[in-house]
Write a protein that binds this ligand. Structure first.
Ligand SMILES: CC(C)(COP(=O)(O)OP(=O)(O)OC[C@H]1O[C@@H](n2cnc3c(N)ncnc32)[C@H](O)[C@@H]1OP(=O)(O)O)[C@@H](O)C(=O)NCCC(=O)NCCS
Length: 149
């Protein structure tokens, strides 16, 4: 049995915000705050959390716009990375979106985010342009690569 298939997945809810915000701090150079996460939850964005024995392992947030899914966040807690969790989570999120009649998924990713770029490529996403200076970065701005499937 793969590690991912041993995780317990469910839709996100209010008491997920604090553990998610903690992982944000560990996983991203520019983490989302608890406030941003809460705004996304209250805005009705879709989200899922994956758990192992009460420990938050991974999560994802998606904004549905008509038949399009915009992947806003996908994160594996650093201690759990490199074990197939991100791949399993993204596949599962894509299935959830397809089940809700969404035909496409798009996302932005930092040009320097090698693990994420590898994951999106591995799951069949294709690059769809560059958004110049989309992200804040040390000493300036960083481009985003747009990807879609
Ligand atoms: C991107 C992220 C979600 C990947 O999660 P993960 O659980 O470590 O990924 P997996 O172990 O499932 O790896 C899946 C694929 O991603 C790619 N990948 C993962 N880590 C990689 C690395 N360090 N370097 C290159 N490619 C990598 C590979 O293609 C890998 O497939 P493979 O194992 O068959 O080679 C994780 O690195 C993360 O949470 N990063 C911080 C948050 C973030 O940047 N999210 C993306 C925002 S757009």
């Amino acid at each position: 049995m793969s590690l991912f298939s041993s995780l317990k997945l469910r839709e996100w809810r209010e008491d997920d915000i604090a553990p998610m915000a903690e992982i944000e701090q560990q996983a991203y150079p520019y983490p989302w705050s608890a406030g941003i996460l809460r705004d996304c939850l209250h805005a009705g964005h879709l989200g899922w959390t994956a758990w192992s024995r009460g420990e938050l392992v991974a999560y994802s947030v998606v904004q549905a716009v008509l038949d399009e899914a915009h992947l806003l966040n996908l994160c594996t807690a650093p201690a759990w990375q490199g074990q197939g969790v991100g791949r399993g989570m993204l596949s599962w999120v894509m299935q959830q979106c397809a089940a809700r009649e969404m035909q496409r998924m798009l996302l932005e990713v930092r040009a320097s985010n090698t693990p994420a770029l590898g994951l999106y490529r591995a799951l069949g996403f294709e690059q769809d342009g560059v958004r110049k200076g989309y992200y804040p970065a040390t000493g300036g701005r960083e481009d985003a690569h747009g990807w879609r499937i």
